[in-house]
Design a protein around this ligand. Structure first.
Ligand code: PGA
Length: 249
């Protein structure tokens, strides 16, 4: 059985006070006996304060990005070991906003994934197609390319200690969610692609869906056999909505 994971990607939103309050609500709302793993990913500068708050609670902490190098003269970057040092367990790599706005290539994303793993972090690899790619029938080809870049470098064994997130770009922040069937099709494709390399790892790999998940649609999406939770943007910024989505898992 795969333990469901629900992750909040808080992006570049909130102030110290707002996020402190939000995190307090999440910690209070997630019971100690929850069967869902809950992860929050605030902006870098708030991670240390968040680490103090989540300590002793079941809520886990992750960053939204990381450097692909372990240390050195990389002005403005944050090393994976630094994230681990302050109490992060997870890190998002290859979010579509990093790929599209900041030009992160499949190769760079794979390097970040490996650097994160080397530091003992669990990377959450985000993959997904744009609307133009979906309309052109290229969804599987795009996801296969993004996943393949990692499998080429690291092999399927690298996925034993990792999480995947399928996030169709056209569904992120748009209010347009993939239908449960559309999500399941791609999740099943991802699991099958990993299984071709290693069936055991594919079976235990958690694949999250992300893209306009809300309290009203979460349960239906999470009920799909290959959907193991969600990566939640907008709706994770409201304690009540995020908790409702966690409960739906
Ligand atoms: P959304 O964002 O839930 O606001 O669509 C998801 C994400 O970007 O991870």
């Amino acid at each position: 059985m795969r333990t469901p994971l629900v992750a909040g990607n808080w992006k570049m939103h909130g102030s110290r006070e707002q996020l402190g309050q939000l995190l307090g609500e999440v910690i209070a709302g997630v019971g100690p006996d929850t069967h869902v793993e809950v992860l929050v990913c605030p902006a870098f500068v708030y991670l240390q304060a968040a680490a103090g708050m989540v300590s002793g609670s079941p809520v886990r902490l992750g960053a939204q990005n990381v450097c692909d190098k372990p240390e050195g003269a990389y002005t403005g970057e944050i090393a994976p070991g630094m994230l681990k040092d302050i109490g992060c367990d997870f890190v998002l790599v290859g979010h579509s906003e990093r790929r599209a706005i900041y030009g992160e290539s499949d190769t760079l994303v794979a390097a970040k994934f490996e650097a994160a793993r080397a530091a003992g972090l669990v990377p959450v690899l985000c993959v997904g197609e744009t609307l133009a790619e979906r309309d052109a029938g290229q969804t599987e080809a795009v996801v296969a390319r993004q996943l393949g870049a990692l499998l080429d470098v690291a092999g399927a064994a690298a996925l034993a200690q990792a999480v995947l997130a399928y996030e169709p770009v056209w569904a992120i922040g748009t209010g347009r969610t993939a239908s449960p069937g559309q999500a399941q099709d791609v999740h099943e494709f991802i699991r099958r692609s990993v299984a071709a390399k290693d069936a055991k790892i594919a079976d235990s790999l958690r694949i999250l869906y992300g893209g306009s998940v809300k309290p009203g649609n979460a349960a239906e999406i999470f009920s799909m056999p290959d959907v193991d939770g969600g990566l939640i943007g907008g709706a994770s910024l409201k304690g009540e909505d995020f908790l409702a989505i966690i409960n739906a898992a």
